[in-house]
Design a protein around this ligand. Structure first.
Ligand SMILES: *Cc1c(COP(=O)(O)O)cnc(C)c1O
Length: 394
């Protein structure tokens, strides 16, 4: 039997103990955190849509028209007009013929990977893929083969080593802890050459990256080409839930085979209504995506000016790697003391020794707020000896 107390103690000793913080009120560039007004730099509500009046009203309206819950799974009696409408809109937005809703991104990855790769088959997975992809590989009971991060040569060698076996290649589009982008054209080329399928997770790309926020697949000109594109509505779309875009045949297959789709209650109408409205706002106001990119660049530049390296990030996810978990949390707390909330990220979310502060930018941050955030984290880092004080010319 698991010794719960001993495990908690061990987590504390290793600096890996986690606790919940409380946000009052809706998401936004500033929030009240555990009773204090702070600048928020770790929300995935990238476009400010979670609190948008049109999105909130759509949720309320869907609740009034269709009820608070969907009552059953989609295949029993839970399939309702809002589900169909959102699926059509998402498919059109992403340039696919069909889309299928899932309860969450976690469930979409679990269900889709397990449905598309069975025993005797191989899933090739980038080493920095999201935990839900890793868990999908586990559920699949397929052989999981991990390739080095964004290393297409490594993947090519691994594919050559397992000829003739059905394979699924899976990657994040935008990597959730690093903010860099997968080499999609090369990955698709490899998939085609080896008769494998390619699946891309656009959780952090949908609404944030690519033309009008259509994601990394669209940015690479590969809409309709990549076999399976998964995305979520809980991040830039400000709601909750997820979807998978694919061919009509693949979607039919998922309806019949994806266990989290089959054995789970359909997403509730207010959530679906909110996501549909958010997609409408995104399509009507694509300039939000441009503002997000501008803000992301401004934060990266401001952090660089403080002396921080931000890795290979080219997106709204901007990490500064610290290394040790305890030091990372010390910096997180010191920064919070200065009124800036950016959560420290530790193993197992990131590899051992690569703990970091992970900033996420919003389109609704002002340039001044981003400058201030970088300055405060710089001062906090100097206060605890993580950055040297700037040398003053004599
Ligand atoms: C957040 C995230 C998920 C999970 O999506 P949820 O809807 O939050 O369950 C999946 N993949 C990636 C890359 C993510 O960042």
């Amino acid at each position: 039997m698991t010794d719960v107390a001993a495990h908690l103690e061990e987590l504390r000793e290793r600096g890996l103990y986690r606790r919940l913080r409380l946000i009052e009120g809706p998401q936004g560039p500033r929030v009240t955190l555990d009773g204090r007004d702070v600048l928020l730099l770790c929300s995935n509500d990238y476009l400010g849509l979670a609190a948008d009046p049109r999105v909130r009203e759509a949720a309320a309206e869907a609740a009034l028209r269709f009820g608070a819950g969907s009552g059953a799974s989609r295949l029993i009696s839970g399939n309702m007009a809002p589900h169909r409408e959102l699926e059509s809109a998402l498919a059109a937005f992403k340039g696919y013929r069909r889309a299928l809703l899932f309860g969450s991104g976690y469930l979409a990855n679990m269900g889709t990977i397990a449905a598309l790769a069975g025993p005797g088959e191989v899933v090739f997975s980038d080493e920095l893929n999201h935990a839900s992809i890793i868990d999908g590989c586990r559920l699949a009971r397929a052989e999981a083969v991990v390739f080095r991060h964004n290393d297409v040569d490594h993947l090519a060698a691994l594919l050559r080593d397992s000829p003739g076996r059905p394979a699924l290649i899976v990657t994040d589009g935008v990597f959730s802890m690093d903010g860099d982008v997968a080499p999609l054209p090369e990955l698709l080329e490899l998939a085609r050459r080896h008769g494998a399928r390619l699946m891309v997770d656009e959780a952090h790309a949908t609404g944030a990256v690519g033309p009008g926020g259509r994601g990394t697949v669209s940015a690479a000109g590969l809409s309709g080409e990549v076999d399976v594109v998964m995305g979520t509505m809980g991040k830039a779309l400000g709601a909750y839930g997820a979807y998978v875009c694919a061919s009509p045949e693949t979607i039919d297959y998922l309806v019949n085979r994806a266990r989290p789709f089959i054995f789970s209650t359909a997403p509730p109408p207010p959530v679906v209504g909110a996501a549909r409205a958010a997609l409408g706002v995104l399509e009507a106001e694509p300039e939000r995506v441009g503002r997000l990119a501008t803000n992301a660049r401004a934060l990266r530049d401001a952090l660089a000016a403080e002396g921080f390296a931000t890795g290979d990030s080219t997106t709204q996810i901007v990490p500064i790697e610290i290394g040790e978990a305890e030091r990372t949390m010390e910096l997180c707390e010191q920064t919070l003391e200065r009124g800036v909330f950016v959560q420290g990220i530790r193993p197992p979310t990131v590899p051992e020794g690569s703990s970091r502060l992970r900033f996420t930018v919003m389109a609704t941050h002002s340039p001044g707020e981003l400058r201030r955030a970088a300055q405060e984290v710089g001062e906090a880092a100097r206060a605890i000896g993580l950055l040297k004080a700037p040398t003053i010319a004599a």
